[in-house]
Design a protein around this ligand. Structure first.
Ligand SMILES: Cc1ncc(C[n+]2csc(CCOP(=O)(O)OP(=O)(O)O)c2C)c(N)n1
Ligand code: SF4
Length: 350
């Protein structure tokens, strides 16, 4: 195993519209276990940002604590980053986003980080519709602290020592839909073809975009009897639709059979094409999305794809009517309205 990454790049490597090759979006060499699902998700994030022509310095990566929360070190080295406290990524994201709305906020969390210690923060960041991507790398266990069952472990799932989990799992996607999240998608770390367009769509969404990605922990939860192992997930995934994402201004080249495709236009003009596989599901209808997830669970299936989206979502800044400009660009003159305005305001409160 080598710890040195070659700096040689083939001169014919494809470049995006900014002139960058994909390696410009990579991070440090990963220290995660070989085969960890989290590393496949990191590779998908690199690919999605490259394809979307994102300027890395326009991204802020945020995380809590866990193997998953270490992941932002392994993508987008040229971006801003803040590795916070266990379960507290949403409050750091909220503060940063309110201070500067011009960045893309990309939060990475684990199922332990979100569904236990961070649950209070998770539900409130959804409620506020903070404009961010919130990605949970969901392996059903606490990988970093040696594989204890997490709150997303399914009842009856066995861990490496053969112990059977007694408690019902918290379904993060159902919860997010219930709480009014404006974009909810589910995927599998081993399905890059589905994950990359979902990531691109999530980053183009105006509001809170939640991605629950099943990401097997090869060291502590990949055994027979675990419902988060590679084998189990591969055998039980059921996609809502095949997803194709066309960024704003890019020509639509594929042809679609009339009636089979649902087209969704995002806030920035990008387009998502969904080739529907599930009959009784409409991604713009919250109840239908919630029913589809629940019905799939009843069949022991993991429903993947874009589950729900509200294309007309109003994000937090627009809800509370903040300044269009980052706070660090406001001068004293912008912030102090003067005594006449203050007197009028005080009179209005009497
Ligand atoms: C306040 C606090 N409590 C507990 C811990 C110990 N701890 C570190 S990571 C972790 C759970 C990690 O699990 P998860 O979020 O699912 O991430 P994974 O490692 O599985 O990717 C825990 C309990 C901590 N670091 N801080
Ligand atoms: S312990 Fe599990 S979650 Fe952590 S890096 Fe290893 S395989 Fe991944």
């Amino acid at each position: 195993m080598t710890y040195i990454r070659s700096t040689f790049r083939h001169p014919a490597l494809p470049k995006n519209e900014l002139g960058f090759t994909a390696d410009h979006y990579q991070g440090n060499l990963s220290t995660l276990c070989a085969g960890c699902g989290h590393d496949s998700i990191n590779a998908a994030i690199v690919e999605a940002c490259w394809q979307l022509n994102i300027e890395p310095h326009k991204v802020a990566k945020l995380s809590g604590i866990g193997c998953s929360s270490k992941s932002p070190a392994y993508f987008l080295s040229n971006s801003h980053g803040f590795n916070s406290v266990h379960g507290r990524m949403p409050s750091v994201a909220t503060g940063a986003n309110l201070a500067n709305r011009d960045l893309i906020y990309f939060g990475v969390s684990g199922d332990g980080d979100t569904a236990s210690i961070g649950m209070g923060q998770f539900v409130h960041v959804i409620r506020r519709n903070l404009n961010m991507v919130y990605l949970v790398m969901n392996n059903g266990c606490y990988g970093l602290t040696k594989g204890q069952d997490s709150a997303t472990a399914d009842a009856g799932s066995k861990n490496k020592s053969g112990h059977e989990n007694l408690f019902a799992a918290i379904d993060l996607s159902s919860l997010a839909i219930e709480l009014g999240a404006t974009f909810v998608a589910q995927s599998f770390s081993g399905d890059k073809e589905q994950l990359v367009p979902l990531l691109m769509a999530a980053m183009s969404h105006n509001g809170f975009a939640f991605l629950n990605v099943i990401s097997p922990c090869v060291t502590f939860n990949n055994n027979v009897g675990s419902t988060k192992s590679y084998d189990y997930v591969r055998e039980h995934v059921a996609a809502t639709a095949t997803v194709d994402f066309v960024p704003m201004m890019r020509e639509i080249t594929a042809t679609y059979e009339a009636g089979s495709v649902k087209e969704l236009t995002m806030h920035d003009g990008s387009v998502i094409h969904l080739n529907k596989l599930q009959k009784d599901w409409d991604p713009s209808d919250r109840l239908s999305a919630a029913d589809a997830v629940r019905d799939a669970k009843g069949r022991n299936e993991i429903l993947t794809g874009l589950l729900y989206v509200n294309e007309n979502s109003t994000e937090l800044h627009d809800l509370i009517n903040t300044s269009d400009r980052p706070l660090n660009s406001l001068s004293k003159g912008d912030l102090c309205p003067g005594s006449t305005v203050l007197d009028a305001f005080n009179r209005s409160l009497r």
